[in-house]
Design a protein around this ligand. Structure first.
Ligand code: UDP
Ligand code: MG
Length: 312
C-alpha cells in the first residue's frame, strides 16, 4: 500500500487544527487503498496551535508534527515538512480549509496516471480583496517576464509531489525561497486540477498585502537580476548618447567651426560631460550585476540538473 503524507503549515490556527483533522478523516476513509499521515508544522504560533496538535497526536498515531522555535514563514514551514515527511507522495494543504480536501482523491488519481506533480489551480477566491487580486495579477505578469522559470498564474501551494520530486526538492539550499517556484523549476510531469477556494472559517489570513509584497519582491530578487541589469543598460544608452553629443560639439567647435555646435554654452557642455560620467558609472554597476549573477548562482548552490529516472 502506498503512503501519503498530508503536509499542513499552521500559523495561529488553533481553531482550524481539529477541523482540518476531522475533514481529512472522511477523505482517508474514502481512499482505503492508501495509508495516510498528517504532518503539521507549527510555524511559531502565538496561540495554542501546538496544544491542539499535541492533543491530536494523543488520539491519532498518524498525526506527526514539527514545532518551529519562532515564525519562519509558510515557505520554510512547507520546506521543513517536505524535508521530514515519509510518504511516497506528499500533499500540501492550508490549515484554514481554503484548499478543498475533497479533491484529494482526484490528486491521487492523477498521481496514479503517472504525473509526478499535481498542482491545484485556483478559480476564484471569494474572500480576497481587490488590492490582493491586482497585486497577484501584476506579480505573475512581472515574474513571467523577468524570471528564468515560468510560473503558471493562480497555481497554489495545494499540490501533490511524488517522492522523486521531494528528494530533488530536498537538495535546494537557498533560504530565501518560494516553494512553488522551486517546484516549478524542478520540472517533472505535471497535471493541473482546478478548484474554488473556500472562505476562511476561523482566524484571519496572516498574509497581509505588505507581507505578500515583501514575498513578491524577494521572489523577483532571488529569481532574477533584471533590476540591476536594467541600470547597466540605462548606463550604456546614456554613455553612448552623451558621448556622441560631446564628440560632435568638440569637433564642431574646435575643428570644423559648425554653427550649431558652437551655440552650446559652457554649462550645457558641462551637463553633457556629467551625463557621460554618470553613464559610465551606471554601466559599471551593470557589469557588476553580471559578476553578482555569477556569484549568486554559485552561492545558492542549486542542483545543476534534475534526473527523473536512472539506469546506469
Ligand atoms: N502560514 C504559516 N506561516 C506564516 C503564515 C501562514 O505557516 O507565517 C500558514 C497558515 O497557517 C495557512 C497557510 O500558511 O495554513 C496559508 O496562510 P493564509 O491563509 O494566512 O494565507 P492565504 O490564504 O492568504 O494564502
Ligand atoms: Mg488562507
Amino acid at each position: 500500500m502506498k503512503s501519503v503524507s498530508i503536509i499542513i503549515p499552521a500559523y495561529n490556527e488553533e481553531k482550524n487544527i481539529p477541523l482540518v483533522h476531522q475533514e481529512l478523516q472522511k477523505i482517508f476513509a474514502a481512499c482505503p487503498n492508501y495509508t495516510f499521515d498528517i504532518f503539521f508544522v507549527n510555524d511559531g504560533s502565538s496561540d495554542n496551535t501546538i496544544g491542539e496538535i499535541e492533543r491530536l497526536t494523543a488520539i491519532d498515531p498518524n498525526v506527526k508534527y514539527l514545532d518551529f522555535s519562532r515564525n519562519f514563514g509558510k515557505e520554510l514551514a512547507t520546506t521543513a515538512a517536505l524535508n521530514n515527511c515519509q510518504g511516497d507522495a506528499a500533499i500540501m494543504v492550508d490549515a484554514d480549509l481554503q484548499h478543498p480536501v475533497e479533491l484529494i482523491p482526484e490528486f491521487l488519481k492523477k498521481w496514479e496516471e503517472g504525473f509526478e506533480v499535481v498542482v491545484g489551480v485556483r478559480n476564484a477566491n471569494k474572500s480576497v480583496g481587490i488590492l490582493k487580486k491586482i497585486g497577484s495579477k501584476l506579480f505573475y505578469e512581472i515574474i513571467n517576464r523577468i524570471a528564468e522559470v515560468k510560473v503558471v498564474p493562480n497555481t497554489t501551494d495545494f499540490r501533490l509531489l511524488d517522492r522523486a520530486v521531494i528528494s530533488e526538492f530536498n537538495r535546494f539550499t537557498e533560504t530565501n525561497r518560494m516553494t512553488r517556484a522551486l517546484i516549478d523549476w524542478l520540472g517533472f510531469r505535471r497535471a493541473y486540477i482546478q478548484f474554488e477556494a473556500n472562505e476562511r472559517i476561523h482566524g484571519d489570513a496572516s498574509y497581509s498585502f505588505w507581507k505578500l509584497f515583501k514575498l513578491a519582491l524577494n521572489s523577483f530578487i532571488s529569481l532574477s537580476l533584471l533590476p540591476l541589469k536594467l541600470a547597466g543598460n540605462l548606463g550604456v544608452v546614456i554613455t553612448l548618447l552623451s558621448g556622441i553629443a560631446g564628440f560632435y560639439i568638440f569637433l564642431g567647435k574646435y575643428f570644423f567651426h559648425w554653427h550649431f555646435a558652437s551655440t552650446f554654452s559652457d554649462s550645457e557642455n558641462l551637463a553633457i560631460l556629467i551625463l557621460f560620467m554618470v553613464g559610465i558609472v551606471l554601466t559599471s554597476i551593470g557589469l557588476m550585476a553580471l559578476y553578482i549573477a555569477n556569484i549568486h548562482s554559485e552561492v545558492i548552490d542549486r542542483p545543476m540538473y534534475i534526473i527523473r529516472k536512472k539506469k546506469v
